[in-house]
Ligand binder design. Structure first.
Ligand SMILES: [Ca+2]
Ligand SMILES: [Ca+2]
Ligand SMILES: [Ca+2]
Length: 1225
């Protein structure tokens, strides 16, 4: 595109944005009083009670006439209508009773129309909205419309009125003027808008299209543009739904075609607005306030069109390829295409309208006159009586599979036309002489919301039924007896008692084009009371609502509907509940196993009710040790997750890993003349791509940012000059292998191998399973220790559906668990009484409270689980998965839970907060980090305490009870024992008979600060004198505990004034005594110690244990001579042990969890795949193939080729096959 035209384009584009802004939010506020300035004649009413009560007096705050409008009748067919003179934008309405009277309107509906016909009810929250009116004659009730409407006529329809008096109304309508160019399309004419003649072809990186349309046809092309490269954009009505098709370019392997459907029942002859915003491949498709974002297929960004775009159909030149697509019949207004106001250009004759025979700039009146039936309505029309011919036809639309369409009594029998299971059935019963019964039926699935016509003809000796005018649907049957018509026809319902009551009583839906005896019924005459009768019908209106569009069933649940409500079919979705909101699976293996399920294959849904689908994992379970206590057994279990399939989506794994405590993945590169990282200096030949699609240059055994292999870290590479074995580029097989442990980078999603293709070069790549352990979320807990304490989190987001779940334990009898407030809406869960949980909320229809009563007390200090869910269909509260309360949502009214305050956990708004412990608090599948928030909040502590109060006595021999979220463990590190309860003596630390054994713990002491020492040990011996413990320092200072000849203990300290770190802790003097103060040796003449020594700790360091227990700390201890474990120290300890915080084992859990994890830590291993994974060499397939389009695959597309798409691409597998030898050289 030349620079000049690009600038123009940008300019126009900006203009269009500002135009749209002007249209929607006028610079002046749109809240004029529209009704008050109108003349008396602009107001009309269904009837007038008496002179002075005329509709023209119904102006807000006026006292003219009798002070307002009152109708003569008191039924639901009364209305007050305001003609605004021209189409206006209406943003609010207000009502008031009749001045100084007992007449007012308590509740009403609002209808609107452009023409005074084909009324449209104001809808809100998916229903015909009922406005709250007045409760006295003077108060003004004003309602801002949730979304503004455009109409010339507005009708107020009272539903309830003053009990003391009558209906009475004074009204006001607020808004502003509205103007728009309207173009009428007759189905022949098409508008072709040519782009600038200089550039024949045009490239759009971005599109902004807006228009409004009105039609009674279910099919037709609204706009279409295409280019020679195969690009196109097309907006078309199909089955009264809007389909937007876009193709930005076509490659060899993949088509760029993308089609998105929106809306339903758009053939209602009401205005609908469309806005299409596209930037590159991202599109926002908005229809009537409902926005559907999507991304186009293919990899191209530009819409390459030829020289024109057409509106109302395909241009004549395209006809052959159009495949018989219908032109649009109806009206459009406000067409703006990338900044060009098309409707204005049409009016100014700046575009080609030659295909129009007669171009009109107004929208013709709707010709249909629909009748709207609810389940208690009927319409009665007269026909010819005493005739031998019966002919009746009508169009109907409904969602209900069954209903009565027509009922008429014959002179001797009945004829009934009804809908049964979506078919039209005709039932004729002639009672003359013997009962003769005839049944015929035709059609299927006619309750699909679309208009369908039925035509029944019965004459002489046959009956004929035709659906939708389709000959093929016609069913004929012989009638043995001539019929004689009765002359009265009931439509939509029949409620009188007869000898042969109708099979169906009533119909819910709309009818139009009702013909009796081949005459179109004059429904306007019916409305005026001139002919026929009706009850509970709405005339000139079809308020059919598609409750399945947009689909409120979550997670792909199928929606089905009747006239009043929708229901969801969740089969096969992995979710349950009235709207398929809740996952049927647990969120982790941890939860699965805590439910007592057997190890093996399980589904888990890592984000619960979140969008991610469940994945199949195999949960392996291996026990460690042989626990005897049931509670303890649980906490020593190891839990293994194994993905039994290759993980296609890294996002699922993200959800798993983010909740894990630790993750690792083994990665190995076995090479022969194939370099890996090419370190230390070169560009890396190989790298891997992590979870977030980012590139990593470190290898297993190393860490983020360190471009090394394990051997480089350990300094034992084949070649000292390189940081990886493979980088030495040798002819022998070498290997670089190790664990990747930075879990935010895992799993490895792709691997790129670069050093290939040289003669003699070979390599193998192995990526092991991703293993994770721990479930942080499941144990994330906080203790509320004050009734006034609370944690706060961002407001709960879940207007249409929300779920909350958590575990609690308490010894308190009541308190609020959580609360979130809106202006009037709120949601709250509380412990109401010792055994009652309550879930209360208000979405705008008044408070609702669900309660569940437990048969036992809930203040028992045990964990209890609460699950609460609220969706459009119902609210459910369940306790411990067993006790449940559910409440159906009201069919009409407010549906959105609008919350503004923060979410408070615990005390809120002066209420008494929950006391006790909460954990695994999840909102919509996302775990709240209670611990993190509790750390900085007074009155709330992270984690849960209290297990040791109950179970601490089980820790024997001086073992320290350590609180675990799910129980407790015994810390035996300062005892002579080991095992779950410190009762196992086999691993006791002791020296039995051990002359000349030296145990020094140089590195173990580390930076121990010796300003204060705490030395604990126990011993037993029969030999004296002896040096029991000797602590040396870097200087000459030392500390020694000596057993003297007389059995006394002597502490000898030689500390200099400046304190220095301890160097060594010598439990026994070495045979070569160089390091020990020779004076001391001399004085006591003690070469060593014979006896039992145990529980030695110096400032929290336990060298004996380090020496005897396997683990990393063992390496820091050197023992001279033989150290023999013994039970000798297994007597009860009387001094108080050290706290867990000083226990070096606690601090090192990261290293010693596997395989010998301290009890109480549950490990979870998540395996991404079994065995060896094969990864692709990215550059090989990215540049395969050629493309039909001349649109360059720009560099910008490279950064967004995300792993998931590549992995999901079926072509991907092939690519691997093809190029296998290139990397398995
Ligand atoms: Ca293109
Ligand atoms: Ca999910
Ligand atoms: Ca609400």
């Amino acid at each position: 595109m030349p620079l000049g035209s690009r600038l123009t384009f940008v300019f126009l584009f900006l203009c269009s944005i500002s135009n749209i802004d002007l249209a929607s939010t006028a610079s002046r506020k749109c809240e004029d009083s529209l009704a008050t300035p109108l003349p008396y004649s602009s107001f009309t009413g269904s009837s007038v009670y008496a002179t002075g009560y005329g509709a023209g007096y119904a102006k807000l705050n006026r006292r003219g006439g009798s002070g307002g409008w009152s109708p003569v009748d008191a039924d639901r067919y009364q209305w007050l209508q305001v003609d605004l003179g021209s189409r206006k934008k209406v943003v609010a309405v207000a009502t008031q009773g009749r001045y100084s009277s007992a007449d007012w309107t308590r509740r009403y509906r609002l209808l609107y129309s452009d023409t005074g016909k084909n009324w449209r009810p104001f809808l809100q929250d998916g229903n015909i909205w009922t406005f709250e009116g007045n409760s006295d004659s003077e108060g003004v009730t004003r309602h801002e419309l949730l979304r503004s409407i455009v109409a010339r006529y507005v009708r107020f329809v009272p539903l309830q009125w003053s009990k003391e008096g009558r209906m009475g109304l004074r009204v006001e309508v607020y808004g502003c003027s509205y103007w728009s160019d309207v173009v009428s399309f007759d189905g022949q004419g098409v508008i072709s808008y040519r782009f600038s003649s200089k550039t024949k072809k045009i490239k759009f990186l971005t599109d902004l299209i807006s228009l409004k349309f009105r039609t009674s046809a279910g099919h037709g092309v609204l706009l279409h543009g295409e280019g020679q490269q195969g690009d196109y954009i097309s907006l078309e009505l199909q089955r009264a739904r809007l389909v937007l098709s876009i193709n930005l370019g076509k490659g060899v392997s993949e088509g760029g075609h993308t089609a998105v459907t929106s809306g339903s029942l758009l053939d209602d002859d009401h205005w609908h607005s469309v806005l299409i915003q596209r930037y590159r491949r991202n599109v926002n498709f908005t229809l009537d306030q409902h926005t559907q974002p999507f991304r186009t297929n293919g990899e191209f960004d530009h819409l390459d069109l030829d020289y024109e775009i057409s509106f109302g159909g395909l241009p004549a030149s395209n006809k052959p390829s159009s495949g018989g697509r219908d032109n649009f019949v109806g009206c459009m207004e406000g067409i703006v295409y990338n900044g060009d106001n098309i409707t204005s250009l049409i009016r100014r004759k700046k575009v080609d309208t030659s295909s129009f025979r007669n171009l009109t700039f107004s929208c013709s009146e709707s010709r249909s006159f629909p009748v709207f039936f609810n389940s208690s309505s009927f319409l009665q029309l007269p026909g010819q009586g005493d005739s031998d011919t019966l002919s009746v036809s009508l169009s109907f639309r409904t969602w209900n599979p069954s209903g009565l369409l027509v009922y008429t009594a014959l002179a001797d029998g009945v004829v009934e036309v009804g809908l049964a299971d979506g078919k039209v059935t005709v039932y004729i019963n002639v009672t003359q002489r013997k009962n003769t019964r005839i049944d015929i039926s035709s059609g299927s699935n006619l309750n699909d919301g679309q208009w369908h016509t039925v035509h029944l003809n019965a004459l002489e000796n046959y009956a004929m039924l035709t659906i939708d005018g389709d000959e093929a649907s016609t069913v004929r049957t012989a009638i043995p007896i001539q019929i004689t018509t009765g002359g009265t026809y009931y439509f939509g319902g029949y409620f009188l008692r007869t000898n042969t009551p109708p099979l169906q009583r009533s119909f819910q839906g709309c009818m139009q084009m009702i013909h009796v005896d081949d005459q179109l019924a004059d429904l306007r005459a019916v409305e005026q009371g001139l002919i026929g009768m009706f009850q509970n019908v709405s005339l000139d209106m079809c308020a059919i609502i598609d409750r399945c569009v947009p689909n409120q069933c979550e997670h792909g649940g199928r929606c089905s509907q009747t006239w009043d409500s929708f229901s969801c079919i969740c089969n096969g979705t992995g979710y349950r509940g009235a709207t398929c909101h809740t996952s049927v699976y647990q969120q982790s293996c941890e939860e699965v196993l805590h439910l007592g399920r057997a190890p093996g294959g399980h589904w888990v849904d890592p984000d619960g009710s979140g969008p991610l689908q469940a994945l199949r994992v195999s949960c392996d379970l291996t026990g460690r040790g042989t626990g005897t206590h049931a509670t303890l057994l649980r906490s020593v279990q190891f839990v293994y997750f194994t993905f039994s399939q290759r993980c296609g989506s890294s996002y699922k794994v993200y959800a798993v890993t983010s909740g894990a405590d630790y993750c690792e993945q083994h990665i190995a590169y076995t090479c022969r003349m194939s370099r890996l990282l090419n370190s230390p200096d070169g560009e890396p030949y190989t790298w891997w791509v992590g979870r977030a699609n980012e590139k990593h240059l470190y290898w297993g055994g190393s860490g983020p940012g360190i471009q090394k292999c394990a051997c480089g870290i350990e300094r034992n590479c084949t070649s000292a000059k390189h940081q990886c074995n493979c980088d030495a580029d040798q002819r022998q097989w070498r290997e670089d292998a190790g664990l990747l442990v930075y879990k935010d980078h895992l799993p490895v999603s792709q691997l790129v191998v670069g050093d290939t293709g040289r003669a003699g070069s070979e390599a193998k790549l192995t990526v092991g399973p991703l293993r994770c352990r721990g479930d942080r979320d499941f144990w994330n807990a906080a203790s509320f220790i004050s009734p006034a304490s609370y944690l706060h989190f961002p407001s709960l987001k879940g207007e249409t559906s929300a779920d909350i779940s958590f575990y609690f334990k308490t010894s308190s009898t009541y308190g609020v668990f959580l609360e979130n407030l809106g202006t009037t809406d709120f949601i709250r869960i509380e412990l109401k009484a010792t055994s009652v949980i309550s879930f209360s909320f208000d979405v705008g229809n008044g408070g609702v409270e669900l309660t569940v009563r437990s048969p036992s007390r809930l203040d028992d200090g045990r964990w209890h689980r609460v699950e609460a869910e609220r969706n459009l269909k119902e609210a459910v509260l369940s306790l411990d998965g067993r006790y449940r309360d559910a409440r159906a949502a009201p069919a009409q009214g407010h549906i959105r839970l609008e919350l503004f305050s923060q979410l408070y956990i615990g005390a809120s708004g002066g209420q008494r907060g929950f006391l006790g412990c909460m954990r695994a608090l999840r909102l919509n599948g996302v775990t709240l980090d209670l611990e993190e928030r509790a750390r900085v909040t007074p009155g709330v502590k992270p984690g849960c305490q209290g297990h040791c109060n109950h179970f601490g006595v089980h820790c024997r021999n001086g073992g320290v009870c350590v609180e675990q979220y799910d129980g407790y463990s015994c810390d035996c590190s300062h005892t002579a024992y080991d095992g779950r309860l410190c009762t196992n003596g086999r691993l006791s630390v002791c020296l039995s008979v051990c002359l000349s054994v030296c145990l020094s713990g140089t590195a173990l002491l580390g930076e121990t600060n010796l300003t204060r020492e705490e030395l604990v040990f126990s011993f037993s011996t029969s030999n004296a004198p002896a040096i029991l413990v000797y602590v040396s320092s870097k200087t000459q200072d030392y500390l020694a505990v000596v057993l003297r000849n007389n059995g006394e203990l002597q502490l000898t300290c030689y500390w200099c004034s400046e304190c220095v770190g301890a160097d060594q802790l010598l439990l026994l003097p070495p045979s070569e005594t160089g390091e020990i103060d020779p004076v001391l040796i001399d004085r006591y003449n003690t070469p060593g110690f014979v006896g039992c020594l145990s529980r030695v700790t110096l400032n929290g360091v336990a060298p004996l244990k380090a020496a005897l227990r396997p683990g990393p700390a063992a390496a820091l201890v050197t023992a001279h001579g033989i150290l023999v474990p013994s039970n000798c120290g297994a007597q009860p300890l009387t001094i108080s042990p050290l706290g867990a915080a000083h226990d070096p084992w606690q601090m090192d859990t990261g290293n010693c969890n596997v395989p010998n994890a301290p009890p109480g830590i549950v490990a979870v291993v998540i395996c991404l795949a079994l065995g060896v994974l094969v990864f692709l060499v990215r550059h090989m397939f990215r540049h395969k193939g050629s493309y039909h389009t001349n649109e360059a695959k720009g560099a910008e597309s490279a950064d967004c080729a995300d792993a998931a798409i590549i992995v999901n691409d079926p072509a991907f597998t092939e690519t691997i096959e093809e190029s296998k030898k290139e990397w398995f050289i």
